[in-house]
Design a protein around this ligand. Structure first.
Ligand code: UDP
Length: 331
């Protein structure tokens, strides 16, 4: 029997590369696609020798052509950290809108099932806690996160339209904060920032007074949830995340303890529109997918720390974290 063929956009990114690993392992033929603006080839180069993996360096905001049959699409291409949105706002908007449109058009053409990566950012700075899928959110469209949040909200609307109007088989996952190996050290997110600072012997920078909360999910749990959602028959959004909520100050302290460093915490201004609290209500994922996370933060953080420790000294010290300059000139 011929292998199922799956296109994964954002294949060289943190989430995309782990999804490539999973689907290759399940014996799918995986077609990875990424324009490498924030993704890194290093995240997928261990797959290049496999006969069931191929890769295209391509920008999905342009028309996508795939030769032959296609059974599934996972649309994971997008910048995904606050620093990224500030530096490449237009590209962030384009990949969530035009990129999604192209992926949905491809799904229609190929009669493929498509799963779209949405985000807890659709809830904005939430007024309901924890957040369930029926909450409409509290998003500032013109704030610094607006380019990401609104692109993702548009993406969900577009996906539902292809479902209802064209009958495309669509799935929407709302991803909450996730961590693990292959996160970019300098992408501005809390976990790589804190671990990088600890490894370099710098102070840990907590924004605001650190009382804002997040709920961190280990990558393997997220991948399992996405795998189950793709194979379910449920087309409405599903939260996937770990409800184990913690304040950012306590999180910084956990990382200081884990790394055995004697760094101190320094407090900086809270960025505009930084959500004060975030915790997924995962009742729907439990009921529909029989899914819940099972990697504790203690275990997941240890695995992630081991990854960051394995990076070379140059990587650890480098402040460079993307290909923005090169890319922006072209677009
Ligand atoms: N944060 C921080 N110090 C840093 C980076 C982030 O205190 O060096 C805070 C950030 O303001 C936010 C939380 O950590 O309140 C989580 O930030 P992250 O960027 O990881 O995720 P998001 O805000 O998108 O959920």
């Amino acid at each position: 029997m011929s292998r199922k063929r799956i296109l994964i956009t954002g294949a060289a990114g943190f989430l995309g590369s782990h999804l490539c690993d999973r689907f290759v392992k399940e014996d799918y033929h995986v077609i990875g696609m990424d324009n490498l603006i924030t993704g890194k080839l290093r995240n997928i180069e261990h797959l290049f020798h496999l006969e069931n993996f191929e890769f295209f360096n391509y920008d999905v905001t342009r028309f996508i052509h795939i030769h032959g049959k296609l059974d599934y699409i996972l649309h994971f291409a997008s910048p995904a950290s606050p620093i990224d949105y500030l530096k490449i706002p237009i590209q962030t908007l384009k990949v969530g809108s035009l990129g999604t449109h192209n992926c949905l058009g491809l799904a229609l053409e190929k009669k493929a099932r498509i799963l779209i990566a949405s985000t807890s950012e659709v809830y904005g700075d939430p007024l309901v806690h924890p957040q369930n899928e029926d909450y409409y959110g509290n998003v500032n469209p013109v704030g610094p996160r607006g380019v990401y949040d609104e692109a993702k909200r548009f993406q969900e609307a577009m996906t539902m339209a292809y479902h209802t109007y064209h009958g495309v088989e669509t799935r929407i996952v709302r991803i909450f904060n996730t961590y693990g190996s292959r996160m970019r050290l300098n992408d501005g997110r809390a976990l790589p920032a804190f671990i990088g600072q600890a490894l370099r012997g710098e102070d840990i920078t907590v924004f605001g007074d650190g009382s804002q909360t997040r709920s961190f999910c280990y990558i393997d749990d997220l991948v399992e949830g996405i795998y189950r959602l793709l194979h379910s028959d449920y087309h409405l959004p599903v939260n996937i995340g770990n409800p184990d909520e913690i304040s950012i100050k306590d999180f910084a302290e956990e990382i200081i303890e884990l790394t055995g460093s004697d760094q101190k915490i320094v407090y900086k201004d809270l960025p505009k529109d930084d959500p004060l609290q975030r915790q997924p209500d995962i009742t729907r994922a439990k009921e529909i997918l029989g899914w819940e996370p099972n990697v504790s933060r203690k275990k997941g953080l240890k695995l992630t720390y081991d990854y960051f420790k394995s990076l070379s000294k140059e990587e650890l010290m480098s402040k460079e974290h993307n290909n923005f300059e090169k890319f922006i000139k072209k677009n």
